[in-house]
Structures are given as C-alpha cells and as structure tokens.
Design a protein around this ligand. Sequence first.
Ligand code: NAD
Length: 485
Amino acid sequence: MDTITALIAGEKVASGGAPIAIIDPATDTLVAELPEADDATVDRAVLAARRAFDDGSWRFMPVEARQAVLRRCAELIEASADTLADIECTNTGLPLAQIRGRSVLRAADNFRFFADYIGQATGRLYEQHPDYLTMVRREPVGVAALISPWNSPIALGSMKVASAIAFGNSCVLKPSEQAPLGISKLVELLGEAGLPEGVVNLVNGRGATTGDRLIRHPEVDLVSFTGGTPTGRVIMRTAGELLKPAEVELGGKSANIIFDDADFEAALDGALLGIFTNNGQQCLAGSRILVQRGIADRFIEAFVERARRIKVGDPRDPATVIGPMVSQRHMQHVLSFVPGSAAEGELLTGGCRAGDTGAYVEPTLVRAADRDARLFQEEIFGPFAALMVFDTDDEAYALANHSRFGLVSYVWSQSLQRIMTAQERIQAGTVWCNTPMMRELRAPFGGWKESGIGGDGGLECEAFYTRAKTVSIPRRPLQLRKLGA
Ligand code: NAD
C-alpha cells in the first residue's frame, strides 16, 4: 500500500502524524495512507520554496528557458497520462475515460498555456511627463500557498501550480486529503522537468491543520484557494488578518435556462452533460434546470428517459458515465437532498443509492416545490438536478439570479436577441450560450457573489501572481533644489 508523503525540494518527506485512510470509493477498499504533514514539515516545505525564490534561479531564468521547462512539464504529464488517470480513478471514482480524455490533457494544457502566455507578457511605459519616463514592471510575488479540492485534483491542482510558477513564483501545494494520489504523482513527475529545486513543493494533510498552517506561515506571501464556500470564508478571514493577497474559487448552483425556441436536442444533450459530467461533482454543474412551460413536459420526459439509460457503475468500464461519489459520506450528503415530501419537490427519476458496495448514486432529477427549496438553493455536488418551469423571460432571469452563488450559467435559445439579453441579465462570472462547459483558458473563470473572488485566466493570473512596481527615471539631468546649500 502507498504512503502519501510530502515532496520538498525533490525529496519525499514522511511526517509522523496519524495516518489518514485513502479509500477507493468504487470498492470501499483502503488504497493508501497519508500521514499528515505536521508543523515541521510545512515549515520545511515553505522554507524550501522561499530559498528557491530568493536565490533567483527560477524567476531570473531567461523566459525562453522557463518556457522550455513548462513545456517539458506538459510533455511529462502526457507521457504518464495513463498512469495518472489510473491513480486518479482509484482515488476519486471519476470515470477513467473522462480523466484520461479531459483532466490529464487539461493538466498538460495548463502548463503549455502559461508557457505561451509569459512569452508575450508586457509592462507599461508612461512618457507624458516631459522630464521622466515611468515604467510599470510586474514582478513575481514570492511563495504561493495553493490549496485545491478533491473533485478534479489533477486538472485543478495543475492549474494552480502552472499559473503560480510561470510568473516566477515558487509554491507549496496542499491538495485535498480525500484525493491526494493523482496530484501527488503529478508533482513528483515535475521533478524531471528541469525546475530548480524547491520551486514546486507539496504537503499533504487536512485543511484545518496542514492547510491552515501553510497559509499562516510567515514566509507565505499569497494564497490561492479552490474549494467550498464555507472554507473560502475561513481562508479569506485568515488571509485578510495577515494581509496576504488571496483569491478564492468557490461553490456554485448554476442555472441552465432552456427557452422554448431552443434547439431541443442540443439543449437536452447540454443539460445532461452539464449535470452528469464528472459524476456531477463539478463546481460548474448546470444543477438548476429552468425550462419554459411550452416545452417543459416534452423536456422532462426526454431528460428522464435519457437519465435512466445512463450507465452508473465501475469507473474503469469505458461505457460508464457516472462512477461512485468520492466517499460514502458524500453519497449520504447527496442523497439527503432527495425530497421527503411534496413540500420540497417531486422526484422525477433516480433518488436512490445504486448497488450495495461503492458510493454510487442514480442520476436524479427533482422538480423543486419552489425557488426557496433547499435542493434548489444549496450546492448538492452530485448527479442531482433540480428543475423549475417558468413562463416569461423575466421570470427565468429572476429564478436564475435568486441564488447566493454566481459561478456560471447556461442559456439555450435560437434567438440572437434573447441570447444577448440573457447574457446581460444573468448574474454569473461565465455565461455559456447554446453550449455546455466551454473552457477558454485565456478568458477569466471566476465566480460572482458567493462563488468566489478572483479566478483563473491569462490576465487574471498575471495580475494575481505578480505585483506592479513603478519605476521613474529622469530623461535628462535634473535641476534639483539644493537644500542646505
Ligand atoms: P473544501 O472546501 O472542503 O476543501 C478544499 C481544500 O481546502 C482542501 O484541500 C481542504 O483540505 C482545504 N481546507 C479546508 N479547510 C481549510 C482551512 N481552514 N485552511 C486551509 N485549507 C483548508 O472543498 P472540497 O469539498 O474539497 O471541494 C468541493 C468544493 O469545491 C465545491 O464547493 C466546489 O464547487 C468547489 N470548487 C470550486 C471550483 C471553482 O473553480 N470555483 C472548482 C472546483 C471545485
């Protein structure tokens, strides 16, 4: 059985903490143990990152050389794609085909994207003042604490590492204690890419212990967090108290608006993909389906029929669409939203555990009793969609915006005018029009309202992972006042 350690300056470091069990949620079997990184281990990791930053071997490396290292990271990930996908599947229960075809490739893309980006980054120059040139340069901030969730560890963890180091920072990543296996392997692989020692370090452990120690460490300069909204509040409080820049990418309960003039089949396909991809455990899930009355009966019937045919089961089976939830505990959380009475909603399909072993949940659709129903407001984070029917466009926007979250939204209509109005009226960081889940790495991806502050994207990451320095230089000899002369 594997023991999941810390990785500090290229070395595996085992802490003495009580081991946390890592379970394969498809079979309920123990697959690894994780002794938690204690104070001394966190300290060692942060100091390794500090040394790597201060010695300048990474941040002052010529940009072409830094780009080559980042591209090498992408190649190493691709070369080990099968292994990474296999490990991630064992730890998370996500379907192997989805990990292999999406998350691992995305991890490689993340490194390539930032390699390309830094080759084009520019500063600013002001020359309006007759006597001075003033330039604004951007410098890396220092040591970044990166905290990532369990729902797509390789894709999300790699995004944090790639964006932090591309701009010259060094980092310490703490992945989720529930799903550390795949991302720990990925960080290990990066050791062969030519990164100077200590630029990328990893500690493993729980959030309130290892994670908290990490962000509080005095040598940590900035904090990037992806995870749940309640944790995001804690992180912002801690970072605020210590005056460390922080960005938090949090939960969602995203509206999927289907107007009566939508391309029906495309909207149906999109709605199914939007809620059932990644076992439904994705921040950007289209988990609130809003459908216009004229097509509602037909849509519900078709959605239910298709949902019942979706294969739930062994995540290694290529035909599987939905594997197990990440843990038994999370499965219970998802099932706790199944309505117990008509006052909460009407169960249209699913709503049960599938099988006796493994944390499997049937694809579920519930018609919410009203817009304040718990299942229409809270993030369930599983293959569970809540549906409401609307009459007018204004009603659709009111329902969509009646949420404390604002991560993404989806809108389906063949009328350009309706799409243009919708994208203006919806309160969310991203609006996908007539498409599910189109992730453009150049563009910002971050939530509004309680879905977060800050986010990913080319310019956004540059703004977060670098800080501005204003430098003024006289154009000619200055006639300074001679004080005391
Ligand atoms: P979580 O908040 O429970 O944990 C996320 C990470 O934070 C873990 O590594 C955890 O150990 C750590 N953590 C917990 N408490 C901490 C503390 N006090 N100090 C420091 N670190 C701490 O979230 P999760 O259950 O792992 O992930 C699911 C959530 O993540 C969902 O809400 C989902 O919507 C969200 N998410 C958001 C995005 C996005 O881009 N907005 C992407 C993926 C997931």
